[in-house]
Ligand binder design. Sequence first.
Ligand code: CTP
Ligand code: MG
Length: 235
Amino acid sequence: ARTAAVIPAAGRGVRLGPGAPKALRTLGGTPMLIHAIRAMAASRAVSLVVVVAPPDGAGEVKSLLDAHALPERTDFLVVPGGESRQESVRLGLQALPAEYDTVLVHDAARPLVPVDTVDAVIEAVRGGAPAVVPALPLADTVKEVAPAGAPGEPEPVVATPERARLRAVQTPQGFERGVLVRAHETVTENVTDDAGMVEQLGLTVVAVPGHEEAFKVTRPLDLVLAEAVLARRRL
Ligand code: CTP
Ligand code: MG
């Protein structure tokens, strides 16, 4: 069994505000993407990392990989991404050599995921689960709302799902390769994560414990938290 990690890193990072593409913004002086690659390569089970670069940034990403120390035992590929995350993941999957039968999909925007979480996901796939997500209980109660009349207007609450049964889902998500490829060939609508596409095929997805430090860097405040986590690790 061989495991590869696909890292979608082609997004602009609109919610983070103006600047370089999000994956190339730095944390502790090192691009977020390099942190994410190291987090995948830290697992002894991962022998290939496929980086899906901004469409016009594959050259820049290749130079970055050359400029930073990465484990010798890991192979790297860089491919240009697409318009949506889903498209970027699909392009990454297309570049995957035949010998890989387990695939992780990991957001470049989750640079600090601990290796134990990565290994737990791989372990569950190798144990027979076709699709695995790291997930955490929620701190906030979640409400379903109806669309408001106009932007900024109050939204009627229509339901409150029982919080104890809800999970916030992270990456890396892990898959039997054939299952993820089939999902990307079949499912095209209402997609927010890769495991959701597998659910739409009617297959069972399982959740393993996620980790607080696998949070996604989405808004400016997340960068503050990420810098603090990194500083604490370096103590
Ligand atoms: N992603 C991608 N290709 C896209 C869009 C997103 O590879 N066309 C990647 C991002 O680079 C990121 C991951 O998908 O690593 C999760 O997406 P998100 O956090 O939404 O990042 P962005 O789309 O870049 O941010 P925003 O939505 O704020 O623009
Ligand atoms: Mg996005």
